[in-house]
Design a protein around this ligand. Structure first.
Ligand code: ADP
Ligand code: ADP
Ligand code: ZN
Length: 215
């Protein structure tokens, strides 16, 4: 199963992708996570990416495409993968087609998560992420048992540098301009399933699995 999770920041891509990944045993390929780990490692690419990410802008297509290409040829991606946060522009989608073509693979589905922009701001400002295992929580909608501590691994929960209200507005604009056109792009090949992302986490998960033919 090769699937793309598409949706604005805060729509639940990461939360849902992690759940599907665990359930189906296929990797979650999150460009946001991969970029944040390059930032943590302090690589030259990471340093350049950090300034763009903190401003709410996108990282250059060539950089992100390069990271994804290296990832998709790894052996764990052989049975399938969930792309979370990639592609985000039409040139990225074109590069993905070329890359998959070269590997003799096809996309099976595009899950489009639909949410209101006001809800997204509340979701993102309340988002807390585990420093150690990357699991996501929400202070109101999905709180950890103990404040600021990960239920899974005991790691520290933090607020991402780009999860501030002003940056979120900018990211929503970038989404509308550069990423939303991908819905029409993939509709042409009949791959898109639109899911109401305003429902609870478990309900959204059920509908995604149905759309993927796994429930
Ligand atoms: P969210 O889950 O809130 O949408 P991500 O973790 O996917 O955020 O991305 C965080 C930031 O990383 C983006 O705002 C952007 O700067 C950068 N980024 C992630 N994926 C891509 C991509 N495919 N293309 C360009 N930049 C990206
Ligand atoms: P994305 O990867 O699309 O940016 P996340 O999966 O990180 O979005 O979700 C953003 C925040 O909203 C997280 O704190 C998460 O716990 C919370 N969240 C995710 N899905 C839902 C939902 N269906 N209802 C309420 N809160 C949610
Ligand atoms: Zn953790």
């Amino acid at each position: 199963m090769k699937v793309i999770f598409l949706g604005p920041p805060g729509s639940g891509k990461g939360t849902q992708a992690k759940m599907v990944s665990e359930r189906l045993g296929i990797p979650q390929v999150s460009t946001g996570d991969m970029l944040r780990s390059a930032v943590r490692e302090g690589t030259p690419m990471g340093l350049k990416a950090k300034a763009l990410m903190d401003s709410g802008a996108l990282v250059a297509d060539e950089v992100v495409v390069g990271i994804v290409q290296e990832r998709l040829v790894k052996v764990d991606c052989e049975p399938g993968f969930i792309l979370d946060g990639f592609p985000r522009t039409v040139p990225q989608a074109d590069a993905l087609q070329a890359c998959l073509g070269g590997l003799n693979k096809n996309l099976d589905a595009v899950i489009s998560l639909e949410v209101d922009s006001d809800a997204v701001v509340e979701r993102i400002t309340g988002r807390r992420t585990c420093r150690d295992c990357g699991k996501m929580f929400h202070v109101r909608f999905d709180p950890p048992a103990q404040e600021d501590i990960c239920d899974v691994c005991g790691g520290e929960l933090y607020l991402r540098d780009d999860d501030q209200e002003a940056t979120i507005r900018k990211r929503l604009m970038v989404y509308a301009e550069q990423t939303a056109p991908l819905i029409a792009y993939y509709q042409q090949s009949g791959l898109v399933s639109a899911i109401d992302g305003m429902q609870g986490i478990a309900q959204v998960q059920d509908q995604i699995l149905v759309a993927m033919g796994r429930k």
